[in-house]
Design a protein around this ligand. Structure first.
Ligand code: WTA
Length: 676
């Protein structure tokens, strides 16, 4: 296949259609105060200084023992950073700030209901609550360093407190997004072999008090059925003193977490010294096969990476008030609500609810009240707020100095609105590209050192050396503007250690594609495959084009199409299913299913059952917008379902040349069906 053809194929799968834009320089007063305004950083972190250049990032942390070696690369692609070094993440996020800043607010917790009181939690109080919960985990649950605990908690203070309590003991936390179904939580409990689940009775979202313990029970039951019983379920009360769940507390298993913590009032727990390359947490993410992968993140490398990127990309300073609207149940929340900002000792907002509850003015009322000056959100939220009322933010006294987006490409029009209506043309914007597997930002502007270009994430961060390969493994010339597969040539400290329990899948997923010599001990032979298409323009900026694998990005949430398809296939009457991401004005893409039925199945019944099955098995974030019952699915001669043709048909675009399919006539049939 010629390079032209292969690149067309990559370009085919992309969701980004805009052109290169003019650049906008950062305001001078931003540059004058920025944490990183020294252009020398690119020299210091150039390839010639790899890997020792990353010591600079590790020095942002407190170590109980200095590292002996920056990088152990003797067993690629299992790289170990800061070897010999020892530290504890909770010490870096809490204890080290106490001497000077025990009174400083770590988080302002803001309940979704505007009737309820806010809570300001100082670093001193955070320390107390983390120690007390760590004591509960050790004394009442018998947890030890290296054990896994699943956290199935909403956006309340208990979630970061639980993470830090685990980190203090060296217990590995595995956070599951509270919007996931009980079944999805069970799968993650089983894979991580957690014996303890920490959860909450209920929480508020979208104006409703949602029963959460019911889902936690379902998770525990399903995990037990799969051979992994939950021995202890710690249940916090959203409103202490009340119990807002239909699900009873189960004797012998469920424990009232608020009471246990009260019993341990004033307890202190010595932090466990961890090796840099030990595991801090697991974060499950979707891949090309049905089973979610547990991205296994390290203590030292990860923490150094999120601290450095929070400082240099987000420009966080201790005296700031920072608000990231993501959910802590995702990697963005782990890295840029909890670990990064706390490592720098700043004050953050922790908001329980949906950004548009009760109306689209909510984020701006919160920002105004607390004088938030750093803001971080997703393109989906930007689009939704713009659609709700583009003029609204102008009525507020917003004082953002820097703003960030993450999770999806942002269209230049939405970017400009963000810049003008929300940033008042004064705030710098960073469009940060990275993935669950990466720990933190990899591609972004450094806001004082680069101009901004709407719709382009930016150049690689210092110390990150990307390459774009074509389908055959030839590097596409840098700056050529041609589409290909984005890879990172070098290891970096924030990268995951492995996929939990599956080293082979780790190598296969991220490295097999472009590694030509599995025995090579040279890191240069191990480019990391990101799974995104990208182009690099002449000025070195990357535009991310979207996933090249069977992953779709719905409102910035990563969903594996295989997971959705297997949920469709559990419904009696479905013989085949293909799920694709179809463009959506607000959410970027929305999933739609194409299903073929077995003879005699009743289409309406099956369609309803398919929709229900997907929300029950995965959660409301995966809700199918439409389900199309079709006579057959377009397939190649080798039987592979051609999803990109289905996407084109659903978006009413030309599906291109279909002559090589095994069943080309089906394309016309589906086209007619969708037009009618
Ligand atoms: C996409 C979220 C364009 C990309 C931190 C990636 C982006 C996937 C951007 C990872 C961006 C993330 N511009 N696309 N700035 N940031 N993506 O693992 O497709 O939930 O592979 O991590 O989101 O999603 P994940």
């Amino acid at each position: 296949m010629s390079q032209g053809q292969s690149n067309e194929r990559i370009a085919d799968t992309i969701g980004v259609h805009w052109r290169e834009e003019e650049v906008i320089r950062p305001p001078e007063d931003f540059v004058a105060q920025a944490n990183m305004a020294d252009p020398d950083i690119f020299k210091r972190m150039s390839e010639a200084h790899f890997p020792d250049c990353f010591d600079e990032y590790a020095r942002l942390l407190d170590w109980s023992r200095e590292w002996d070696r920056t990088l152990d690369d003797s067993n690629p692609p299992f790289f170990k950073w800061f070897v010999g070094g020892e530290l504890n993440a909770s010490v870096n996020c809490i204890d080290r700030h106490l001497e000077k800043a025990a009174e400083r607010v770590a988080w302002h917790f803001i309940p979704e209901s505007e009737e309820e009181a806010h809570e300001a939690l100082s670093y001193g109080e955070l320390s107390r609550r983390v120690n007390e919960l760590a004591s509960v985990l050790r004394e009442d649950c018998g947890l030890e360093c290296g054990d896994r605990v699943t956290l199935y908690l909403p956006m309340t203070l208990e979630l970061p407190i639980a993470m830090l309590a685990c980190a203090r003991l060296g217990v590995i936390h595995s956070g599951v997004f509270s919007g996931y179904s009980g079944a999805a939580c069970a799968e993650r409990i089983v894979d991580s072999q957690s014996r303890v689940l920490i959860t909450m009775d209920a929480y508020r979202r979208g104006g409703k008090l949602l029963d959460h313990k019911v889902k936690a029970d379902e998770a525990a039951e399903k995990a037990q059925a799969a051979g992994c019983p939950i021995e202890r379920m710690l249940v916090f009360s959203r409103y202490p003193g009340q119990y807002n769940s239909e699900a009873p507390m189960k004797e012998g298993r469920d424990l009232d977490a608020n009471a246990l913590v009260r019993n341990r009032a004033g307890a202190t727990v010595a932090p466990q010294a961890m090796r840099a390359e030990d595991t801090l947490f697991l974060m499950y993410t979707s891949g090309t096969t049905g089973k979610p992968k547990g991205a296994q993140h390290s203590v030292g490398g990860y923490l150094a990476w999120v601290a450095a990127t929070s400082k240099y990309v987000l420009d966080i300073k201790p005296e700031d008030t920072y608000w990231c609207m993501a959910d802590i149940g995702w990697i963005t929340g782990h890295s840029y609500i909890v670990y990064g900002p706390l490592a720098l000792g700043t004050t953050s907002i922790l908001y329980e609810g949906a950004p548009t509850t009760p109306d689209a003015g909510r984020p701006w009322r919160i920002a105004e009240q607390y004088g938030v000056n750093l803001f971080h959100t997703s393109p989906t939220a930007v689009r939704a707020l713009r659609r709700a009322d583009p003029e609204l933010p102008k009525q507020f006294d917003l004082k953002f100095r820097a703003m960030t987006t993450v999770g999806e490409p942002i269209e230049p029009e939405a970017w400009r609105w963000y810049f003008e209506a929300i940033g008042h043309g004064r705030a710098v914007i960073t469009d940060t590209w990275w993935q669950t597997e990466n720990g933190g930002h990899l591609i972004s502007t450094l806001p004082a050192l680069h101009a901004m270009k709407p719709g382009s994430a930016g150049p690689a961060l210092p110390g990150i050396h990307p390459v774009i390969f074509d389908e055959e493994g030839e590097a596409i010339p840098a700056g050529s503007g041609k589409a290909g597969n984005l890879c990172i040539r070098n290891p970096w400290p924030g990268r995951m250690l492995s996929i939990w329990g599956d080293d082979e899948r780790f190598v296969k997923t991220y490295y097999a594609r472009y590694n030509h010599d599995p025995k090579s001990r040279d890191w240069r032979d191990w480019p990391y495959l990101a799974g995104d298409g990208a182009v690099q323009s002449e000025d070195g900026f990357y535009r991310i084009l979207g996933r090249i694998d069977d992953v779709i990005n719905v409102a910035g949430h990563r969903l594996g199409t295989k997971e959705l398809e297997s949920a469709c296939l559990t419904v009696a009457g479905v013989s085949e299913a293909a799920v694709v991401g179809v463009s959506d004005e607000v959410k970027g893409v929305q999933p739609e299913a194409f299903i073929a039925l077995v003879d005699g199945a009743a289409p309406e019944k099956v369609v309803d059952a398919v929709k229900t099955s997907v929300t029950e098995r995965i959660g409301p974030i995966a809700r199918l917008r439409r389900v199309h019952v079709v006579p057959d699915l377009p397939k190649t001669r080798s039987g592979k379902i051609m999803r990109r043709i289905l996407v084109a048909l659903a978006e009413k675009r030309d599906p291109g040349n279909v002559a090589t399919l095994a069943n080309p006539e089906i394309v016309e049939a589906i086209h007619k069906q969708l037009a009618s």
